[in-house]
Design a protein around this ligand. Sequence first.
Ligand code: ZN
Length: 120
Amino acid sequence: MPHLIQRTELKTFYYTPIHCPFCGTRVMGADPHDETRITACPHTLFIAHDTAFEYRSERLDRNLALDGMTEEEVEAKWLADTRGIDGFTDTVSLPDAIKVAAYAPNPSAYGSYYGFAPNE
Ligand SMILES: [Zn+2]
């Protein structure tokens, strides 16, 4: 498949703060007063965990045909993927897009997913 997003997995150092590979913006936990705050840069396609998207860019919505959908419709779409949001975000196809999947170890097996792509 052309331009399918490239995956990188963090399993040991899953808690490492994620920075955009294209501009260096720290996208999660940059605010010491609120570590859950998201700082999306122009390259950020999505930020998600196993139960929800935290951030979706317009490019992501266009690429995955989520334009104009309600949050419920979007959720139904990724729930339909056997691998959930992880599998669904693997279907992004933009040139040189990179996904970082950070998996907390068992028994929590909790995943966080970050997608980036260069801008034209
Ligand atoms: Zn960036």
